[in-house]
Write a protein that binds this ligand. Structure first.
Ligand code: 4AD
Ligand code: MG
Length: 461
């Protein structure tokens, strides 16, 4: 196997005749010496390579530009500089791919600028760190569920149901829309109207009747026109579903789950977190690492929706909200969620038992006939990271909720059969991967937590 820069730096011993390949990050040249920093994407750290211009020729340093790919042969020696332990004394250098007018230069580019060149931004330290952490989180998700006897179930991306009943779906068709005025989906590929999934929950629910505990983890799509720093049109959602779990068991699992993920990143991504921590200190004057450590160590606050409404309507800030809390029944806005997590409790808050009218049809009706056994976990700086519930297992109640929400039961026949044949109490939740990546990396905008973000008017790459 080719040695990566990471292998060499971890080994931390002097060695002769080393070959490395990578990209030029920066170059500093004086009359007879040229320093180039090389990164090969195997570590956050660059390898300093020192070229003796008199030995290798002046034209060499002239033709090395930021972004160029190079193959270098040399001796790895202890560095005289303070910044690094080892450096490579270059014996020969081949420029594999030149790089003229490379847009990412050694200066601070704005994240907006980098987003427009998402295909190149992997080469920055910021995005190296974000995507390494994102990958670590994905692995931790699989590990957590496997360790807790869950089965990984892949639910469909093409579906004919609207799991959330919110109508925010992208239609998928093979009909030539430009040349077809009167579209009849009966003539379409699947013989019916099909959309990209908004959630794999309903299919995951059917899985637990034979598999007990399952989780689905995949891309989900929402055509909601929310141009915010927390919404994407394509995002990854992980959704566990558990047989015989009530809402309290669901909440305990969810809290343990996010804490496990954060702990995994704290343990496995120290250099990347330190790098992002420095950005947060510089920009917003807070320690990202302290925030994460505190989140793992404290018990999340748990209150009911009704208690949340009481706190909000009695707080001094209520008159300053864009949407002042007027009474029981309203949906919580981001500003309300942020007040509760950032000003009032100053930690993650779990809100339970929301009014049935503002939640999805599948949530279990409470005995008060007004609220459902729902829970949202809200995080400071982000708002909702997890949304879940105990599911309505009573067929007649479920039919009633479907009717009340004017949903066509014909599309849910298969789902309703789970309640007809051996129904059980069960619960689950969904966590948006990008929202947790956002919290852990401290990125301000969710568009910077996924390699190629999709949002209104943007589907580049
Ligand atoms: O609260 P939501 O809509 O719940 C569901 O879809 C349920 N079926 C989940 C379940 O119980 N199995 O979405 C779940 C989570 C949210 O808490 C949020 O983290 C994320 O998905 N999410 C989004 N993330 C990015 N962009 C969007 N547009 C999102 N919409 C939801
Ligand atoms: Mg929700």
């Amino acid at each position: 196997m080719i040695k990566t820069i990471n292998d060499l730096l971890l080994d931390s011993r002097e060695k002769n005749d080393i070959e490395i390949c990578g990209w030029v990050k920066t170059k500093r040249a004086s009359r007879n010496i040229c320093f180039i920093m090389i990164n090969d994407g195997s570590t956050l750290n660059d390898l300093q390579c020192v070229i003796n211009v008199d030995e290798l020729g002046t034209n060499i340093s002239d033709s090395i530009n930021t972004g160029a790919s190079v193959k270098i042969n040399g001796n790895l020696i202890n560095s005289k500089g303070n910044e690094q332990n080892l450096e490579l004394k270059v014996k020969s250098i081949d420029i594999i791919g030149g790089s003229i007018n490379y847009p990412i230069q050694p200066k601070n580019h704005s994240l907006e600028f980098l987003r427009d060149i998402s295909h190149l931004r992997f080469r920055t330290r910021t995005f190296y760190s974000v995507f390494k952490i994102r990958s670590t989180i994905s692995y931790a998700i699989h590990k957590f569920f496997r360790d807790n006897n869950f089965i990984y179930l892949n639910t469909p991306i093409l579906t004919s149901n609207d799991a959330e009943g919110a109508g925010e779906m992208f239609t998928v068709t093979s009909i030539d829309l430009l040349n077809n005025k009167n579209i009849d989906f009966k003539d379409d590929f699947f013989g019916q109207k099909v959309n990209l999934t908004v959630s794999g929950q309903l299919e995951a629910e059917t899985g637990i009747f034979g598999l007990n505990r399952v989780y689905t983890f995949g891309p989900t799509f929402r055509a909601e026109n929310s141009n915010t720093t927390r919404h994407l049109a394509e995002f990854w959602m992980v959704e566990p579903e558990m047989a015989f779990f009530d809402l309290e068991a669901d909440i305990v699992l969810a809290e343990n789950f996010v804490k496990y993920i954060i702990t995994s990143v704290l343990d496995q991504c120290k250099p990347e977190l330190e790098f992002l921590n420095a950005l947060c200190v510089k920009k917003d004057n807070y320690s990202l690492i302290d925030k994460l450590t505190n989140t793992v160590n404290e018990k999340f606050e748990q209150i009911s929706y009704t208690e949340a409404i009481n706190i909000l309507s009695n707080c001094k800030k209520n008159s300053e909200f864009r949407y002042p809390v007027t009474g029981w029944g309203i949906d919580l806005q981001t500003e309300h969620e942020r007040y509760l997590t950032e000003s009032y409790f100053k930690k993650p808050v779990i809100i339970t038992d929301y009014p049935k009218d503002i939640k999805a049809f599948y949530m279990r009706l409470n005995d008060d006939n007004k609220t459902v056994a729902a829970m949202d976990i809200l995080f400071p700086g982000i708002g909702e990271v997890i949304g879940g519930s105990q599911r309505e297992e009573r067929l007649d109640y479920l039919m009633n909720a479907i009717k009340e929400k004017s949903i066509n039961p014909d599309y849910l026949k298969w789902y309703l059969e789970t309640r007809q044949f051996g129904t059980i109490i069960h619960s689950g939740f969904g966590m948006g991967l990008e929202r947790i990546v956002q919290f852990i990396t401290g990125m301000d905008n969710i568009r910077d937590t996924i390699p190629f973000p999709r949002f209104p008017n943007h589907c580049e790459f």
